[in-house]
Design a protein around this ligand. Sequence first.
Ligand SMILES: Cc1ncc(COP(=O)(O)O)c(C=O)c1O
Length: 490
Amino acid sequence: MDLFVAIDRTLEQSLRDQLYAGLRGAILDGRLAHGARLPATRALAKSHAISRFTVDDAYSRLIADGYATGRHGSGTYVAYAASERTPASDQPAPESIISADRDWSNWGDRLTALKSQPAPASPTYSFKQGVPALDHVPLAVWRRCQSKVGRSAASGLFGYGPPSGFEPLRRSISGYLARSRMLRCDPEQIVITSGTQEAIDLIARLFVDPGDAVVIEEPSYPAARRSFAAAGAELLLIPVDAEGLRVELLGRRESRATLIYVTPSHQFPTGGLLPLNRRRELIEWARETGTLIVEDDYDSEFRYGQRPIEALAALDPTIPGPRSVIYIGTFSKVLFPALRLGYIVLPPDLIDRVTAAKETAGRHAPTGEQATLAEFIDAGHFERHLARMRRMYAARSTAMLAAIDRWFGNRAQRHPAATTAGLHTLFRFELPYGEMDMVSRAAEAGILIEPASPCYAAPPAFTEALLGYGAMNEEQLVQGVQALARALLS
Ligand SMILES: Cc1ncc(COP(=O)(O)O)c(C=O)c1O
């Protein structure tokens, strides 16, 4: 029998005790089953480079303690069945872990204290915000791009790639941003990430030390707030109104902030569109105070019946002074979240810093997916897909808004900032009970809605929910809203 017991000669514990403990452990956890013959003492001594005397000694102790039995002349056998109950003191408490009582990183402590909400079980109607129409992922075309890339690039895709991302994809994104977001940048300014979340987290780690101030919108995107809070930032909240961030409230207190995180093209979660004058003021304020602006442009491809708007990062170079905007984009909404591809567009001075962070965090995003996406964009599929999805989401948004009007009347109001854009709308509900009850009443009726309170640093007195309309068709949306009204209003 091949049996290996870890022996460490640097320990103070005797070889006999180590061997005894190893064999006893193997018996207790069933690796040595009841009735199995232990290795011959000579063989075990040889394979572990210890004396036969030591092995004999350990075996004798196992016999004395009842774990083994010796049959004269025919060896030593396991006398213990692992299924028998082990005395409680011999079993490690299942939830305990070595060194749990030691101080681990403050980042980890802060992060675990900020846990996100658990996801409810699969509902009949899911209004989960930010989820695109996953049944409309252009799978056949995607697969064609995948196999074309596989045929042409072959083994070039299998090694380590550049940390900033696959060069052809960075070129494709640079072309797309110039066409659609009026954002001109060199491919070298782009770092490919695993979605927005990694981008925000890298930025938090790179630019925020514990105690540094970070300005965020109130309400804001909870996952971004979590990254900054875990980095140890002191969060300074600036309220939003019907037009997004109230830039005029940025004052002395905020001027010591390292960075400000904003969603100017579709304020999360209210939906406001930051007007041009406020955009200018924000950039000018950043210039004066030396604050970096982090622009999260997560879904502005989807604006219905309105002209696409210029990214804040596109305005940045038109205002005299050093560049101040870090732009973040994602393919989670425009394609699908499981792709886990996003990108950061950086002012040139920050490229090396962010590239080094990306390399350290995970070397680079998967090259096969990056190459497929580059092909998908370059062949024109991406913009065709966007146009199709824009039409579809516009119809879905209209259907949901009409159904809310019909079934809720004045018991549900669209947030004053809400524009017809993106994949969700924020509603304020007039209900005789609070947010928790609202969510659980909906859940009992098989409906998932997301409360807005996690978006607020200070819990609001009103009851709001984000209703996502991307993942349900018009009929499902109408039925879902009707079922929600029944669950909440009856
Ligand atoms: C404000 C905001 N930013 C970014 C994202 C996308 O994150 P990711 O690219 O990590 O999927 C979301 C998703 O809901 C979001 O709401």
